[in-house]
Ligand binder design. Structure first.
Ligand code: ACO
Length: 372
């Protein structure tokens, strides 16, 4: 039997395919605009906190002054972190912590804002705990009086963080909190659509974000700037990289053809950070050269600075080790992922697309066929 002729069009990577509806965020790549529930990202960074923004994503309501502190780890989560095999990275740790949290808490369906708050408050403690265990140090109990970003920094070092650093990290968490139907968010929605629980959806999302095409760039931006070393070396270094067919990290985006509004917001934050000053000077000089060279080579492509570029400066400036940059991104994205799970559940339909079959026509096993 021949497969039925398939006339519907297929878009590899689902590029350009409308795969759902959302009221959470709008990414306007052509004009370089990003809004959460209609509010521009720059305004949210200037006037809100991560807790305010997370509440906005979960509930749709803007209520400045929201509180979200890091939560203690339950024994199963702590045990999961202590029992990780050697060589497990920070994303493995976060995924394992969320999995253990789900097994212990058993969040029911549908996912709720309350579940989202509890999970989002747990992950910074888990990530800081993992980072300390890696250094042979004991995890630190969270301080319930500190907001999430400050609490995370405190649990990494055991010292109360500088206010400007905490504010800068908070700004990063805001810009990284949500970005519509990217791969990890879509993965979370697919899992939620089966009526699986919130922890399972977030484990799937962390798995998707772990891939280097999605969440790995800030570490590479940091290494690129380290290799360039000084503004005078930027042009020769980058021309060499482009001649070898390599990509300049922190530039280009699948959706944005204009300057990524998150990069603009983070650059503003980095400019206010004393600890990021040297990095920032180098980053700004290198960015100018990169944009000029990319415009020369791809004049029609609109290759501009993306969010990962200034992420590297901010995260480096607040003293985070590059090895936990991707997991810090995952920690921030908890607000967006869980908001999407809530939204998916509120008008749920199992996500199950079709596929075009391109294998052999139906046939019999060798020696078993009708002609035998
Ligand atoms: N440096 C040099 N050239 C680039 C870059 C770059 N950063 N980005 C795209 N190009 C070139 C490609 O080589 C390609 O050229 P060609 O047509 O001559 O082959 C052309 O632009 C189009 O490239 P695509 O891969 O089709 O562009 P796409 O929009 O799909 O890529 C991506 C987006 C993957 C982000 C890409 O720009 C890239 O690899 N950037 C560097 C890595 C990076 O910064 N990633 C972080 C993205 S932001 C985020 O994940 C939150």
């Amino acid at each position: 039997m021949e497969p039925a002729t398939e006339s519907r069009s297929y878009s590899p990577g689902l590029e350009g395919v409308l795969a759902g509806e959302t009221a959470i965020a709008l990414v306007d790549g052509k004009n370089g605009r990003l809004t959460y529930r209609g509010y521009p990202i720059g305004e949210l960074v200037r006037h809100g906190s991560y807790a305010d923004v997370a509440e906005l994503l979960w509930t749709g309501e803007w209520g400045p002054g929201a509180r979200l502190a890091c939560a203690s780890l339950s024994p199963p989560v702590l045990a999961a972190l202590r029992n990780l095999p050697d060589g497990a990275n920070a994303m493995d740790a976060l995924r394992s912590a969320v999995s253990a949290w789900g097994a212990a808490e058993r969040p029911g369906w549908p996912p709720s804002a309350e579940q989202a708050r509890a999970l989002t408050a747990m992950t910074p403690t888990a990530l800081a705990g993992y980072a300390r265990l890696q250094q042979g140090l004991e995890p630190i109990e969270p301080d319930p009086d500190l907001p999430l970003a400050a609490g995370f920094l405190y649990q990494l070092t055991g010292e109360l963080p500088d206010e400007a650093d905490a504010r800068a990290l908070d700004a990063y968490l805001i810009v990284a909190a949500e970005h519509s139907f990217n791969a990890s968010t879509f993965a979370a929605r697919v899992i939620t659509s089966t009526k699986s629980d919130l922890a399972s959806a977030v484990c799937g999302a962390i798995g998707a974000l772990k891939g280097p095409l999605h969440g790995g760039a800030p570490t590479e931006v940091a290494s690129q700037l380290l290799q360039i070393g000084s503004p005078e070396r930027a042009e020769a270094w980058m021309r060499g990289a482009l001649d070898r067919g390599e990509r300049l990290m922190g530039f280009g985006h699948r959706v944005y053809r204009a300057y990524d509004p998150r990069a603009a917001a983070l650059r503003e934050v980095a400019e206010g950070m004393a600890n990021a000053a040297d990095w920032l000077k180098l980053a700004v000089a290198v960015e100018d050269v990169a944009l000029r060279l990319l415009a020369e080579r791809h004049p029609d492509r609109g290759l501009k600075t993306n969010v990962e570029y200034y992420t590297a400066a901010v995260l480096q400036g607040v003293g985070l080790p590059p090895a936990i940059f991707p997991a810090t991104f995952a920690m921030a994205r908890h607000a967006g992922w869980t908001a999407h799970c809530i939204e998916q559940a509120s008008a749920n339909r199992l996500i199950r697309p079709d596929v075009r079959y391109v294998g052999p026509a139906e046939r019999s096993l060798p020696g078993v066929g009708a002609t035998a």
